[in-house]
Design a protein around this ligand. Structure first.
Ligand code: SUG
Length: 447
């Protein structure tokens, strides 16, 4: 069975607050009006398109925002409305931070290590601590609760809490956005054994680190994640991301490389040690691995970041061929489009087709198709143990679309985040969603 994709449903407070330093789209769109409703519908349309390819498509819920418990922990007191009024007046940036719908990018929810590869024969999820950005660092507890509500069978699944953010060493972890599982053939599901490729931006012994923007993932975090999952060292490859790429806006590895099955599609400037990284992958992955590289004179780093070519989803279809689900922006850039056509035409790799999707609301915050999904390789027995209410079919998609149309605002501006009605609307929406997805009480306001 090909791996399943769990997409993040965009939350009712989706906004553009310029919160992520080093993410050029987030900075560029700071202050623009957003459309939570369009954003959520675009996400649902992508889920529908992937499900229509014959793949298992799941959904992960948005988080409760604005997150009042964080504000109370910072000393804001009174009724919820008073807390909102005070923070809006004293610290509007903090209000934007606790209101971000950033949990939609579920590639940052966790790292997934499937049963076929782990010591105890169970699938392990390690929630990402996302400690580099305050607005994201408040996600892990609810992410872990949501994953536990969906992957509840402890005989098959274990969901670990996020790594403690700072100890003697620095454990910044951004989840699957810096982790790629490769297999010996296009078969990427839970039956195949995999090689785990961890890409970090900083490590104690790094020769170079980015000069301008933060390196969010550390090597020590990747190593702890692999250990928690119970991976054999022999099936792990650790590599440093190119510092210049981070400084050009590649804040996660999944903005410069995407791998699936026996194919890795990457930019020439993805890794600090290009040939050493390729050689290590070939040693671990074997001769069947197709490393498809895009040269800088074919697609510049700037075009890669603008189009989000490498944030396409690379999917194995039920017939064993691969498809690329790319952002619409890739089809609008002639050089990027030509590069995709070249790779499809090349018989030396399994890519057979590309599909272009409109996820512009997410793209404006630096989140493409691959950011919006968490991959979970499973066997059909694993799938039978998953909470089925979180798997989408035509009826569930219709129900979710109707829920969005009823509950989400058409447009949102920064000043709306202080509106107590928005908080109420969001909680009511999420309360209903936990019933639609049979999640139980995962939100603080429900406990
Ligand atoms: O963490 N943007 C997200 C985008 C995450 C993309 N994920 C992957 N590459 N896997 C981030 O930078 C911007 C929010 C704002 O500015 O309002 C934001 O959080």
């Amino acid at each position: 069975m090909p791996e399943a994709n769990f997409d993040g449903l965009v939350g009712p407070t989706h906004s553009y607050a310029g919160l992520s330093y080093g993410n050029v789209a987030s900075a560029r769109n700071q202050g623009a009006a957003s459309s939570p409703r369009s954003a959520a519908l675009q996400g649902l349309a992508k889920m529908e398109a992937v499900a229509a390819l014959g793949l298992v498509q799941g959904v992960l819920p948005p988080h409760e925002r604005p997150h009042i418990p964080t504000l109370r922990a910072l000393g804001f007191a009174g009724s919820d409305a008073e807390v909102l009024a005070r923070v809006a007046k004293e610290d509007p940036v903090l209000l934007a931070r606790v209101s971000s719908a950033s949990a939609m990018w579920t590639a940052n929810a966790a790292t997934v290590m499937p049963a076929a590869d782990t010591r105890d024969g169970r699938t392990h999820f390690v929630a990402a601590n996302l400690r580099e950005m305050f607005h994201r660092a408040i996600e892990p507890p609810v992410t872990a609760r949501a994953l536990r509500a969906i992957f509840a069978d402890s005989a098959r699944f274990e969901v670990h809490d996020a790594l403690p953010p700072r100890t003697a060493d620095d454990f910044g972890d951004e989840g699957a956005a810096n982790h790629t599982r490769l297999t010996a053939s296009a078969a990427n599901g839970g039956e195949s054994r995999g090689v785990h490729f961890f890409v970090y931006g900083a490590s104690a012994g790094a020769r170079r680190i980015p000069a301008r923007f933060p390196a969010r993932q550390t090597r020590s975090a990747s190593e702890r994640v692999a250990e928690l999952g119970g991976l054999d060292q022999a099936c792990c490859v650790f590599a440093q991301q190119n510092a210049d790429a981070i400084d050009a806006g590649v804040f996660h590895n999944d903005v410069i490389a995407v791998g699936n099955g026996n194919m890795l599609l990457c930019h020439e400037l993805a890794f600090e040690d290009r040939s050493g990284t390729h050689a290590a992958l070939r040693r671990a992955g074997g001769e069947s691995l197709a490393i498809v590289e895009i040269a800088a004179d074919e697609v510049s780093l700037e075009d890669a970041v603008r189009s989000y070519l490498f944030n396409s989803q690379l999917l194995t279809l039920p017939d064993g061929t691969m498809a690329l689900v790319s952002p619409w922006e890739c089809s609008e850039n002639a050089r990027v489009r030509a590069a995709i056509d070249r790779v499809i035409a090349d018989p030396a790799n399994p890519l057979a087709r590309a599909i272009f999707m409109d996820v512009r609301e997410s793209m404006r915050n630096g989140g493409g198709p691959a950011c919006l999904r968490l991959r979970v390789p499973m066997t059909s027995e694993d799938l039978a143990a998953v909470n089925r209410a979180a798997i989408v079919d035509a009826a569930k998609l219709e129900e979710l679309r109707a829920w969005v149309m009823r509950r989400y605002r058409e447009s949102l501006r920064a000043e709306d985040l202080a509106d107590p009605a928005l908080l109420r609307e969001s909680r009511d929406a999420l309360d209903e969603l936990t019933r639609i997805l049979a999640l139980g009480s995962i939100y603080d306001f429900q406990r």
